[in-house]
Write a protein that binds this ligand. Structure first.
Ligand SMILES: NC(=O)c1ccc[n+]([C@@H]2O[C@H](COP(=O)([O-])OP(=O)(O)OC[C@H]3O[C@@H](n4cnc5c(N)ncnc54)[C@H](O)[C@@H]3O)[C@@H](O)[C@H]2O)c1
Length: 413
């Protein structure tokens, strides 16, 4: 039986790790402690678990008291490095949520700790475990499109999901490293994994013209905003999970979950355009739009033998008329179009990804070992590497080489 502790008891920490550990994996994994700078949120896990999980006031004390095998890190992105390094130095393996960290200095501290301690780091790229993405990986691995020469990737967040990043801590670059790190880390890892390749250089542009200070009718937060009846994007946190996790915990840290998306505190982009050069020669053009009328992505891999086109679109915004759509097809060089069957839809989190990820993390069940869904430190570094290099590129208005920051990391896995 492995002993786990969890740091960061918000929505992800509680919903994707703590509760499943207690309710579904109690036969093989024991959650022995939780810590969050907001004690009320940590206490919620203990209360709702029904098994009285110890709540700690301090991370170091939790390590010393529990002596866990593994530490699960699900705190705010910019704090991951601190807990990853401390956990490894204490002798624990680490399971961390993406992004592994938010800037190159913090990444270096994690690399140093890995070298010093030799402990394991798993980065939970759940997209790799989604049956849909696994299908795409399988198709690429058959060689049907040959060697990938170029990638065209467009990711859309709608004004429900996308707007939410501009309400929360994510909206400040210091916390999230921007959407290019916080969000795009999933997308960059997906491509790195599909191509079985690593990025070498990045050039990026970004703007913010939809969210931020684009209107005067705004307030600090939705809760008491005088304009909320006519705003298109109000968030009501007086009910359900929002109330329990955030409104009722405000007394501890003053964190508002419903800040105005038109605030001038926001300093991240809502539209980005990124070019990436890969080691084996492929090039990628990637864009992220955080204010789309629908949600999803279009991904194209152009190969020596054909072109793979992937559409995954969901249209949940009220009033939007088109159907949700999922499709995977290959155009080969004989003029044929091959349409692939899609895996059955799953009700589990993130299209079935979270359930499969947890079975692997906690029970060691690997459904498709040949797909190499496990991601370690190196994969984590490569995906944030694109986002962090894009941040440098936008700031310094130049092409950025990852080797400027990642030096001599051939030994890091
Ligand atoms: N893989 C996925 O699909 C996925 C989905 C959502 C979130 N995430 C990741 O999970 C993590 C948590 O996100 P969330 O949506 O639960 O956010 P959240 O705001 O609900 O929770 C973050 C928690 O971290 C705590 N925290 C902040 N600073 C801390 C510190 N210094 N020490 C300890 N705790 C601290 C907060 O009090 C809060 O409880 C993030 O890294 C995020 O990127 C991943």
């Amino acid at each position: 039986m492995k002993k786990y502790v969890l740091v960061g008891c918000g929505s992800r920490g509680s919903g994707a790790y703590a509760m499943p550990l207690i309710k579904k994996y109690a036969d093989c994994a024991q959650l022995c402690g939780v810590y969050d700078i907001n004690r009320k949120r940590a206490e919620l896990i203990s209360k709702e678990s029904g098994v009285d999980i110890p709540v700690f006031d301090d991370f170091d004390t939790m390590l010393e008291t529990v002596k866990p095998d593994k530490v699960i890190v699900t705190s705010k992105d910019c704090t991951h490095n601190e807990y990853i390094v401390k956990a490894m130095e204490f002798g624990c393996d680490v399971i961390t949520e993406k992004p592994i960290t938010t800037d190159f200095d913090k990444a270096q501290a994690i690399i140093d700790a890995k070298r010093k301690t030799g402990k394991d780091i798993t980065v939970t790229f759940n997209l790799r475990f989604s049956p849909f993405c696994a299908r795409v990986k399988e198709i690429v691995a058959t060689g049907v499109i040959g060697d990938v020469l170029s990638v065209h990737f467009e990711w859309m967040l709608d004004t429900k999901h996308g707007a939410d990043y501009f309400r929360r801590w994510h909206r400040e670059r210091e916390n999230s490293g921007s959407l290019l790190v916080h969000k795009s880390t999933h997308h960059f890892d997906y491509v790195n994994w599909l191509l079985d390749d690593e990025p070498v250089a990045v050039n990026a542009y970004g703007t913010r013209r939809f969210y931020g200070h684009t209107r005067e009718e705004r307030a600090e937060r939705c809760l008491d905003c005088p304009y909320k009846d006519k705003c298109e994007y109000p968030l009501d946190i007086t009910k359900g999970e929002y109330k329990k996790l955030y409104l009722d915990c405000e007394s501890e840290d003053g964190y508002f979950r419903d800040k105005c998306i038109f605030s001038d505190e926001i300093n991240i982009e809502d539209s980005v355009s990124v070019n990436v050069q890969y080691k084996k020669g492929a090039v990628m053009s990637y864009s992220l739009t955080a204010h789309s009328p629908y949600e999803g992505y279009h991904l194209v891999l152009n190969g020596t033998k054909g072109r793979l086109e992937i559409d995954k679109i969901s249209t949940e915004l009220p009033g939007y008329r088109e159907e949700s759509k999922e499709a995977i097809r290959v155009h080969n060089r004989r003029g044929e179009v091959i349409t692939y069957n899609l895996p059955a839809r799953s009700a589990e989190g993130h299209g079935g990804a979270d359930g499969e990820l947890r079975d692997w993390l906690f029970r060691g069940v690997e459904i498709r070992p040949e797909l190499q869904q496990a991601a370690g430190l190196r994969a984590g570094l490569m995906s944030i590497g694109i986002g962090m290099a894009a941040n440098v590129s936008m700031k310094e208005e130049r092409r950025v080489w990852l080797s400027e920051f990642y030096k001599g990391i051939e030994d890091i896995r």
